[in-house]
Design a protein around this ligand. Structure first.
Ligand code: G16
Length: 540
């Protein structure tokens, strides 16, 4: 069936797909226009195979039905969909690759809250399993501005609870177990018997799935296959509104986990994951591991897991992520790449075999096993390392910092600011950048300052305007950029880093260690002065 439509403003994909308020996505023609634009901008759907699934948030199921009917009307041959329309982002990435499909549609606004009043999102991944490149998202956006019609099959809803094959006209719909293939992939990468032995010996863990998609994956892998105690996984049932939780695994939003890990009789290891299962937070007993440090530790120890015994080809991190991983790469004698924020920038490095491990300060880590970041993968690699080294998380961190030095690191978020205020702050610092080198602020000398631009070493494409950075001669850095994933106003992210070659101890307070850099940021960018905010909304 052909339906006439009109272009809808603002369908511009951000850091990771199109994210809007759920009500916007549910408004007439909104989802349909965007999906048709994806098909049109990628050479049509005729004869193609796609993977479809999402994180279970409100509107996930009916959006999936719409996409299935649109794929059928656009001539697709087959769609593989997770049972009950569920698929974590890394599991979807794996299926796209495993089944050699033409791509996938992932329904998620990731770590943003879900529900009728909250957020929804759609992301298109290409045949390599990774998020569409900027060139593809720009083509999709261009198509949304000229679209006049979309196609949708007039068909009853598919029973998505029933595993097996159904048809919409000539298109096959394969409803599959969302967990099985992913769990098998993990079993091939990690030493499950060693981890199982560790759990059997009394190792205790808490995994907070935050009422989002990783619950079924974590229960199957941690509790059933690895023998972690029943109840290790909490908030394990995916709910349309995530039980009112904000499924963003960081110390602010995963407070209950933090309290348990810092409380009496804490488990040995704690972890949390986000809405769609690609993020992770790792906590030891009484010690929080920042994502930047986690990447560095994973890089230094990955060879302990069977999937990485041959060593790493290289490591990649987003620009605002701390340089802790760079020191590990240097010691290992492997390449180290600095990309803009957004997992899509790692795709070429992974495809070209330049990097094996990638990570971001925004609680993302992953490897070349898929083309997305992967929350449970990071947790399993940590478990494998703990099982091999037979040390606690704090012993591992302390050993790492003594060997490589410590990159104190924190991110301060100022959320939902009026767009013009946020733009004014950014413009204020951007205008000064050229004059900064050589200046002294808070006793530190500025060595370099720029607006980060990235030239992809594989395809030569250049991405400009990727964050303002000020680097001090002692290795400290501050970075300022606007979030590309929010749905309300603008969010300024201030990333702070200070390197100390000989850290004094684990008890050092990170914010205190960063105090000079925090003061320098205010002196240079004036975020608090300009916005009137007295403190960040979120500190990670
Ligand atoms: C997405 C991207 C990540 C990025 C993060 C933060 O994560 O996939 O690569 O680091 O957004 O982006 P921003 O700082 O622009 O908000 P997710 O988990 O939301 O898909």
């Amino acid at each position: 069936m052909r339906v006439a439509t009109q272009p809808i403003d603002g369908q511009k994909p951000g850091t990771s797909g199109l994210r809007k308020k759920t009500k916007v996505f549910m408004s007439k023609g909104y989802l349909e226009n965007f999906i048709q634009s994806i098909f049109d901008a990628t050479g049509g759907a005729t004869g193609k195979t796609y993977v479809v699934g999402g994180d279970g948030r409100y509107f996930n199921d009916s959006a999936t039905q719409t996409i299935l009917k649109m794929a059928a009307a656009n001539g697709a041959e087959r769609v593989i969909v997770g049972q009950n329309a569920l698929l974590s982002t890394p599991a979807a990435s794996h299926l796209i690759r495993l089944m050699a499909t033409d791509g996938g549609l992932i329904l998620s606004a990731s770590h943003n809250p879900g529900g009728p009043e909250e957020d929804f999102g759609v992301k298109f991944n290409t045949a390599n399993g990774g998020p569409a490149s900027e060139a593809v998202t720009e083509a999709i956006l261009a198509r949304t501005t000229e679209i006049r019609e979309y196609f949708i099959a007039d068909h009853t809803d598919i029973d998505l609870s029933r595993i097996g094959t159904q048809q919409i006209g000539g298109m096959e719909v394969s409803v599959i177990d969302p967990v099985a293939d992913y769990a098998a992939l993990m079993e091939g990468l990690f030493d499950f018997p060693a981890i199982r032995t560790m759990f059997a010996a009394g190792f205790r863990m808490r995994f907070d799935a935050m009422c989002a998609v990783t619950g079924p994956y974590a229960r199957e892998i941690l509790e059933r296959r690895l023998g972690a105690a029943p109840g290790t996984v909490v908030n394990g049932d995916p709910l349309p509104d995530f039980g009112g939780m904000h499924p963003d695994p960081n110390p602010t939003w995963a407070q209950a986990l933090m309290a348990e890990m810092f409380g009496p009789d804490a488990p040995d290891f704690g972890a949390a994951s986000d809405g769609d299962g690609d993020r992770n937070m790792v906590v030891g007993r009484g010690i929080y591991v920042s994502p930047s440090d986690s990447l560095a530790v994973l890089a230094a120890n990955a060879h302990l897991a069977p999937g990485y015994r041959g060593g790493l080809k290289g490591v990649a991190r987003s620009m605002p992520t701390s340089t802790a991983a760079d020191r590990v790469a240097e010691a290992l004698g492997i390449g180290c790449y600095e990309t803009p924020t957004g997992w899509k920038f790692f795709g070429n490095l992974l495809d070209a075999g330049k990097a094996t491990l990638c990570g971001e300060e925004s609680f993302g880590a992953g490897s070349d096993h898929v083309r997305e970041k992967d929350g449970l993968w990071a947790v399993l690699l940590w478990l494998n390392i703990l099982a091999e080294r037979k040390e606690s998380v704090s012993e591992i961190m302390s050993g790492h910092w003594h060997r490589f030095g410590r990159n104190y690191y924190s991110r301060h978020d100022y959320e939902a600011l009026p767009v013009e205020v946020a733009n004014r702050v950014m413009a204020g610092l951007r205008d000064k950048l050229a004059s900064l080198p050589g200046q002294e602020v808070e006793g530190m000398t500025i060595g370099a300052a720029d607006d980060f631009a990235y030239a992809d070493p594989v395809d030569g494409s250049v991405s400009k305007g990727q964050g303002l950075r000020v680097v001090f001669t002692d290795g400290s850095r501050l970075v300022l950029r606007l979030s590309g994933t929010g749905t309300e106003g603008a969010t300024i992210r201030l990333y702070l880093e200070r390197y100390v070659a000989v850290p004094e101890g684990l008890a050092d307070e990170v914010q205190a260690a960063l105090a000079p850099v925090i003061r320098a940021a205010e002196a240079l960018a004036g975020i608090r002065a300009e916005t009137g905010r007295v403190a960040p909304d979120v500190i990670t």
